[in-house]
Design a protein around this ligand. Structure first.
Ligand code: ASN
Length: 254
C-alpha cells in the first residue's frame, strides 16, 4: 500500500511541477514618479494607490504579477508593442485610448488641472498666453493642451517623467504644468511649492488596460470582478484614504 502511494506521488510530482512552471506571470507596467499612485519610496520600493490596488486584485484573482515602472509613455508603448501584458498607471479612460486599449471600469475619478508655483498665480487659461506649459508625454493632459494651444496661445514643453517636469517648474524653465489633480494635491500636502488656482477638466477616470484585440483581454473581466468586490467591501476606499487622507466620494470635489 505504502509503495503504491509512493509510486502515485512520483507520477504526480512531475505533473504538478510542470503545472507550476507553466503558471503565467503577468507583466504589468506603470508610471515612475507619480505619487500617490506609484513612486519609489525612501526604502527603494514602489508604493502607492495603483500598487495596492493591483496587489489586491492579484490576491483575489490568484494572479502571479511582475511589476515594472518605466514611466507612463514607455509603459503605454510597451503594452502596444507586446513587451508587457497590461498597464496600471493611473491611465485616464478616454475615447481615443479605447481605440487601442481595452480598459477596465474606473477606480478613481479625477481631473487634469493647471498648476504653478505659489508666487505665479494663474486663474484662467488666457493668462497662459505666450507662456510655456509643461506636461508629461503621451498623457491625457498633453492631449488637452495640444487641442487648446491655438485658442490660448501658450507653448508646450513635454517631459518623460513627472519629477523632471516639476523640477523644471521649480527652476523656472516652464511657467506652469498640467497634471492630474490628486498628484498635484499630494505634492502640495508634502510641502512642494505648487498651487492650483483654477478648476480642472474632467477628461476621464483612471482604469487598468490591456492591448485591444491582444491575448490578455480576459484580464479586464477578472480585474472588473475583483474591483467590484473591492468597491463593495470598502477595500478600494480604504486604499485611497490611506494615500490621500480622503475617501473617493470627497477626493475630487475641489
Ligand atoms: N493620467 C495620465 C494619463 O492617462 C497617466 C499618468 O500620468 N500616469 O494620461
Amino acid at each position: 500500500m505504502k509503495k503504491k502511494f509512493l509510486a502515485f506521488l512520483l507520477i504526480l510530482f512531475p505533473i504538478f511541477s510542470l503545472g507550476i512552471a507553466k503558471a503565467e506571470t503577468i507583466k504589468i507596467v506603470s508610471d515612475t514618479a507619480y505619487a500617490p499612485f506609484e513612486f519609489k519610496d525612501s526604502d527603494q520600493t514602489y508604493k502607492g494607490i495603483d500598487v495596492d490596488i493591483i496587489n489586491k486584485v492579484a490576491e483575489i484573482k490568484g494572479w502571479n504579477i511582475q511589476m515594472s515602472y518605466p514611466g507612463f509613455d514607455a509603459a503605454v508603448n510597451a503594452v502596444q508593442a507586446g513587451q508587457a501584458d497590461a498597464i496600471m498607471a493611473g491611465m485616464t479612460k478616454t475615447k481615443e485610448r479605447e481605440k487601442v486599449f481595452t480598459m477596465s471600469d474606473t477606480y478613481y475619478d479625477t481631473k487634469v488641472v493647471i498648476a504653478t508655483t505659489k508666487a505665479d498665480k494663474i486663474t484662467k487659461y488666457s493668462q497662459l498666453k505666450g507662456k510655456t506649459v509643461g506636461v508629461k508625454n503621451g498623457t491625457a493632459a498633453q492631449r488637452f493642451l495640444d487641442k487648446n494651444k491655438d485658442k490660448y496661445g501658450y507653448k508646450i514643453k513635454t517631459f518623460d517623467t513627472g519629477d523632471l517636469m516639476y523640477n523644471s517648474l521649480s527652476a523656472g524653465a516652464v511657467d506652469a504644468v498640467m497634471d492630474d489633480q490628486p498628484v498635484i494635491q499630494y505634492a502640495i500636502q508634502k510641502g512642494q511649492d505648487l498651487a492650483i488656482n483654477m478648476d480642472g477638466e474632467a477628461v476621464g477616470g483612471f482604469a487598468f488596460g490591456v492591448k485591444k484585440g491582444g491575448n490578455h483581454e480576459k484580464l479586464i473581466t477578472e480585474f472588473n470582478k475583483a474591483l467590484a468586490q473591492m468597491k463593495a467591501d470598502g477595500t478600494l476606499d480604504e486604499i485611497i484614504k490611506k494615500w490621500t487622507g480622503e475617501s473617493q466620494s470627497t477626493a475630487n470635489s475641489a
